[in-house]
Every structure is written in C-alpha cells, then in structure tokens.
Design a protein around this ligand. Structure first.
Ligand SMILES: [Zn+2]
Ligand SMILES: [Zn+2]
Length: 400
C-alpha cells in the first residue's frame, strides 16, 4: 500500500503504473504543460519532478513506503533541470558541440576532427613520418575565452542562456519538438555589450590557430586504421577539447594488391623462359629487386601461382613479413619459324591424336579466320578473371 498518491496523481496514472505507462503519461502531460507551448512553468516543473522520482525505481520505492518526506530524508533529491529531462526523453539536445546531450551528461566535448590521409603502399611498407598542418580554434589568449571584460558577459534573456529555442508544432496527431539557434545571441546563450567585447577575438572567445602535427605511419599499418591526437581539436570555453583523428586510407597500387601481410602481383613470362627456365625480376615496394630463377626443365604454366615467402608486408606488431604471391602470365609468340617445329616435336610431349569417329559420320574441313574485333564473339577472348577484382580469385587459388 502506498502512503501518498500525489506524484501519481500529478501524472494521472494508477499507483501500479509500469515504467512505460509513466513515460507515456509524462510525455503527454509535459507536452501540454511545456512553457514554450504556453504552459504553466511551475506545473511543468512539478510534473517533471514527479516523473523524475517515479521513473527511478529506487526513489519510487522510497516514495511509496515513506512519501515525499521520506525522499528528503533519504537525501539526494537531485534537482534536475526540467528542460534537460525533457530534452533527454524526447530527443533534441545536441546543440553546438556535436558531443550531444544536455548539460546533465557531464562536461561537453568539442567535436573530434577527423582527417583522412592517403598513404601509398610503399609508405605502409617502409613506415613514414608525415607532417600535417591543420587549423583549429583555440581559446583567445587575451580574454581567456570569456569574450570580454570580467562581468561584461550577460546571459541571453531570450533563450535563458540555452542558446536554443524550442518550439512545439502540432503535425496532425503528432507533436514535434523543433530546436533552433536563438536569434538574439546567435546560439551562444550570451550577450556582450559591443563596447565591452574583447577586441582580440571580437567577443568570439576563440581564434583560429595553425597547428603542425607529426603523424607517424608505422610499418604495416592498414587502411581504415586511425591515429589519435588527444585534445588537439577545436577548443571552446567550458568544454573539453575533442581529439584529432587521422584515418589511414590505403592508395591503390598499380603492381601490388594487399591482403593483410600478403602481397599479390602479376608477372609476365615469355614462353621460352616459361618452358626453358631463366630469370625474372620484381621491383619491390622499397625499390629492391627480387630476382627469380626459373629452373630449366620446370615448366611455368599460364596463370600458375607461386609464393615467395617472407617478402610480404610487415606485420604491425613485430614487423614479421608475410608472403608475395606471384601469378604468371605466359606470353606466347605471334609466329614461329616452321623450320624450328621439328625441334619442338622433339622437346615436347607428342600431339594429342584426333578423336576416333565412326566411319559413317560426315566430316567437313573448315577454315579458321581471325575474329573481327568489333564482333560480339570478341568478348570470348577476354579472360574472365580480368573482369573481376583481382585480389580475391588469386587468394582462392593460392589456398588450393
Ligand atoms: Zn578574446
Ligand atoms: Zn539567446
């Protein structure tokens, strides 16, 4: 049995109302009583206070057992700004400092400054330190972020220092809460007399300032990784300074594709080298040349994939290198001297004999012509692999 019903009555709910019932009831009442909608500010405060107590299970049980008197004995009445509770419940908040939320959510923080940097694969392989110049606001050193002489800064009457005006608009059955910056104070919540304004910052409290940041791109970093500079974002009076966050964007490379610590590359090999062995070279990301010796007698086929261990990207933590996967593209000659063919016949496995056909099957000799590049059949010549993103199919092959 509850001792008092006052808070329940203020919200027009039964004493066994659920939390959802309470919220619904408060919403209904608060929208009607909101001072911006011409409601009675005292009544709005009372209803808000009732909701504040009843929506907190601990305080609700104290109220149920011992009434309002019990609450003040228990202490910690909290005195929350009814506007804040209202904003918390029904959205809004936000305001000027991206961090969101009303004053009840601890100190404001200025927006983090996010900056993307394009980094080449070469730089991610070797590591690099790069300098980044950025302009951010710092507190005016003359007025120390006050905007004017001591005492010159007055709270804006129009918005009671909130910087925003809340208007409620009926949209059919819905009531919409609209927040807009206060016109009188341009959303600052403060008014400074022109003659008392700080002449250094013109009353803005902050001034733009250039800052040079040294960004260390560590060996093996990847696209999407971030480097954080705590407290280097815009300063604002009374707010914690946000961070500068550098986001690494990995530039596409024309010879290498990367997957974690592995690199994938294509290499062309002429038919003679593919069949008879020889040397190939790959220019690495640090300009070293990787020299590949193809052993005579071991045939490299078109689209073969081989691996060079330990020459991939360094891992970020211990800089342990991954591997380089090499896919061979065998380049065939356009012509061959017919006089040389007997030597090929000696070297290569014999021709595959023609299939056997029954005697009664009609056989007709046909000509093979070059394909007109404008014809539709030309599409057949394209390697289907070329159309796809090259990294993935090659990985699949490599894992076979
Ligand atoms: Zn100033
Ligand atoms: Zn104002």
């Amino acid at each position: 049995m509850v001792r008092e019903r006052k808070f329940y009555d203020l919200l027009d709910v039964p004493v066994d109302a659920s939390e959802a019932d309470l919220k619904k009831a408060y919403r209904k009442k608060a929208l009607r009583l909101h001072p911006d909608k011409g409601g009675d500010p005292d009544m709005f405060k009372e209803v808000t206070h009732a909701y504040e107590i009843l929506s907190d299970p601990e305080r609700r049980s104290i109220y149920d057992a011992r009434g309002e008197a019990g609450l003040s004995e228990a202490g910690g009445m909290g005195g929350m700004d009814p506007q804040d509770l209202f904003s918390q419940l029904f959205g809004g908040g936000g305001g000027f400092f991206g961090g969101g939320g009303g004053r009840s959510q601890g100190p404001r923080k200025t927006k983090d400054l996010v900056h993307r940097v394009n980094v080449t694969l070469e730089d991610l392989y070797k590591g690099k330190t790069t300098k980044l110049a950025l302009t951010r606001n710092v507190l005016c050193s003359k007025c120390h972020g006050k905007g004017g002489k001591e005492g010159a800064v007055k709270q804006c009457n129009n918005c009671s220092g909130r910087g925003v005006k809340v208007t409620l608009r009926q949209m059919g059955p819905m009531i919409q809460q609209i927040q807009s910056p206060c016109d009188d104070c341009s959303g600052t919540g403060e008014i400074i007399n022109a003659k008392d304004r700080c002449n250094n910052c013109k009353g803005k409290k902050v001034l733009p300032d250039k800052k040079l940041l040294e960004v260390h791109i560590d060996k093996g970093m990847k696209g999407g990784q971030t480097i954080q500079f705590a407290g280097e974002s815009d300063q604002a009076p009374g707010a914690q300074t946000g961070d500068v966050i550098i986001v690494i964007e990995e530039k596409q490379h024309d010879r290498f594709k990367r997957q974690d610590t592995d690199l994938f590359t294509d290499i062309e090999v002429d038919l003679l080298t593919a069949l008879g062995g020889g040397q190939l070279s790959i220019k690495h990301l640090d300009d070293r040349i990787l020299l590949i010796n193809l052993v005579p007698g071991e045939v490299i086929r078109h689209d073969d994939i081989k691996v060079i261990h330990g020459q991939g990207m360094p891992s970020q933590r211990h800089h342990e290198p991954g591997d380089v996967y090499v896919k061979f593209r065998v380049i065939f000659p356009d012509h061959i001297d017919p006089a040389a063919i007997p030597m090929l016949e000696k070297a290569l496995p014999p021709r595959k004999p023609l299939d056997k056909f029954p005697k009664n099957v009609l056989m007709e000799e046909v000509d093979l012509d070059e394909v007109d590049p404008r014809s539709r059949a030309h599409a057949m010549q394209d390697d289907p692999m070329d159309g796809e993103p090259e990294g993935e199919p090659r990985v699949q092959c490599a894992n076979q």
